[in-house]
Design a protein around this ligand. Structure first.
Ligand SMILES: Nc1ncnc2c1ncn2[C@@H]1O[C@H](COP(=O)(O)OP(=O)(O)O)[C@@H](O)[C@H]1O
Ligand SMILES: [Mg+2]
Length: 247
């Protein structure tokens, strides 16, 4: 005999709740993070910052020069540590990881894009995208296909054998984005990615970020450019080391 809906609703909860319904773990979670630089004078670049970024979200962080944007990105990228407070990445408390573990998480789960593209000048576009995959555990046979796929995704298939010096600024930044996403990170962290680009070229990089976001990547983009910031689905503002949510 099958119980009707009413009987089911009234039935005592004899079965445990399904394990498949845990609360979603944020991709990134800062809790009361302060970062002090000893000085003298001591500078508190971040002051009790709490920030939670949902998996798959696209967040921009704006704020004036010196407000703590790069300090925050360095902490999110495991390039620096909070002086006080906690940082969880994918639910994992990063403070207890040793340097090797942090490097492994960085290489395997995080992608970085900086204002200065940091490409190797004597290596081809393809080699630049391949190089990080030599060290981050990407299986050998998958490296080149992934590099080519990433370059295709950023619209640079026709430039794979070029040296960076032969590319425009926008193209160089596309190579940097391809390099950052080729190993399929969970989170892409960008610090002033359009700082060296003109408006039209910068719009192209923003479109690329939107495509990556649509593809499920979590993005945190630091910028002082309001136009760039408005393209994100969520905007956070930093002022004097403190965060607030912008409209
Ligand atoms: N390594 C450091 N040593 C001392 N002070 C620093 C260091 N890095 C950043 N700061 C200071 O922390 C504050 C925030 O810097 P930063 O995060 O680079 O700001 P933003 O990226 O928003 O311009 C500034 O006052 C800066 O001078
Ligand atoms: Mg900065």
């Amino acid at each position: 005999m099958t119980a009707g809906p009413a009987a089911r609703a009234a039935a005592p909860a004899t079965e445990p709740l399904p394990a498949a319904l845990p609360a979603p773990v944020p991709a990134i979670e800062l809790r009361d993070v302060t970062r002090s630089f000893p000085g003298p004078p001591e500078v508190q670049a971040l002051k009790g910052v709490s920030l939670s970024v949902a998996d798959g979200d696209y967040v921009s962080v704006t704020g004036p020069s010196g407000s703590g944007k790069s300090t925050m990105l360095n902490i999110l990228g495991l390039l620096d540590r909070p002086t006080v407070g906690e940082y969880r990445l994918g639910g994992v408390l990063t403070g207890s990881l040793d340097e090797d573990e942090r490097a492994a998480v960085r290489a395997g789960h995080l992608g970085f894009v900086f204002q200065a593209f940091h490409l190797m000048p004597r290596r081809s576009v393809l080699e630049n995208v391949l190089l990080p995959m030599l060290y981050n555990g990407t299986p050998r046979a998958e490296r080149e296909p992934r590099a080519r796929e990433a370059l295709e995704r950023v619209g640079l298939r026709h430039r794979i054998d070029f040296l960076p010096g032969a590319l425009s600024g926008g193209e160089r930044q596309r190579v940097a984005v391809a390099r950052a996403v080729a190993s399929r990170p969970r989170v892409l962290l960008a610090d002033e990615p359009t700082g060296n680009l003109d408006q039209a070229t910068s719009a192209g990089i923003m479109t690329l970020f939107e495509e990556l976001h649509t593809g499920g990547l979590t993005l945190v983009v630091i910028t002082h450019d309001g136009d760039v910031a408005r393209r994100a689905s969520r905007r956070v503002r930093l002022a004097d080391g403190r965060v607030s949510e912008a409209g």
